[in-house]
Design a binder for this molecule. Sequence first.
Ligand SMILES: NC(=O)c1ccc[n+]([C@@H]2O[C@H](COP(=O)([O-])OP(=O)(O)OC[C@H]3O[C@@H](n4cnc5c(N)ncnc54)[C@H](OP(=O)(O)O)[C@@H]3O)[C@@H](O)[C@H]2O)c1
Length: 241
Amino acid sequence: MTILVVGATGMTGHPLVEQLLGRGHKVRVVVRSIDKLSSQVRAHPNLTIVEAAILDLSDAALLDLVNDCKAVVSCLGHVINFKGLFGNPRKLCTDATRRLCEAIESNGSLEPTKFILMNSVGVKNPASREKRTWVERVLLALLHATLPPHQDNETAAEMLHTNIGQNNSAIEWSSVRPDTLINGPVSSYELRTSPVTGIFCGRPTTRANVAHFMVALIENAQLWDEWKFKMPVIMNAAQTF
Ligand SMILES: NC(=O)c1ccc[n+]([C@@H]2O[C@H](COP(=O)([O-])OP(=O)(O)OC[C@H]3O[C@@H](n4cnc5c(N)ncnc54)[C@H](OP(=O)(O)O)[C@@H]3O)[C@@H](O)[C@H]2O)c1
């Protein structure tokens, strides 16, 4: 069985692919430029590369992509420049999630496929009553009104809650919410159902730790049962930063 990673050239997607390959998984990636993968990853015998922008692929190509995949992970994110933030595709994460989920549903696999979406702690879990301070509410309203990528992360999460839900025979999902991302090796980290210290003063999260948690979700059935249909908040353990 294979794992599909989209956003594989990103700061989190790339360590995720390295960790998956390092643990012996077969990995399929869709990347806009093969040159953004390290030479080690590119040459790995267990890696299959499709060079394309995910949203440019036809429905038939997406069906091929998800075929035989036990998990699909989206580490997509908007490039942080004017075109990436305000240009098209404005709904990169939402549209990729929707189309990949439609392909998984059409694929008719016997076992549900795990869909893992990288999201952000700034996005509220639509299914819980997460409290926000008034300062956070004002800042989030501003982000919602002015930053298309924030809206994109919100609608991608809502899509999993409402369109896929918890009774879909083809897909089980989890939406992983880090706070500020930082670089560094895998270290101890904590998982929570909701932000505990406020969303703008939480602990940072090492990208390698986000990748490590995603690998664990794919490999560990008990961990998956704990976090499926949820939006786990991940943060580095107190002593690691
Ligand atoms: N940065 C933070 O502090 C932070 C904190 C919490 C959550 N997040 C969220 O985490 C996610 C990933 O973050 P990251 O920092 O790992 O992302 P990143 O390094 O910016 O990587 C983004 C990935 O998306 C791909 N991508 C961008 N635009 C695309 C397009 N139009 N078509 C196809 N692929 C496209 C990029 O491909 P190319 O390499 O080809 O550009 C890259 O593989 C984002 O959704 C972000 O909102 C970020």
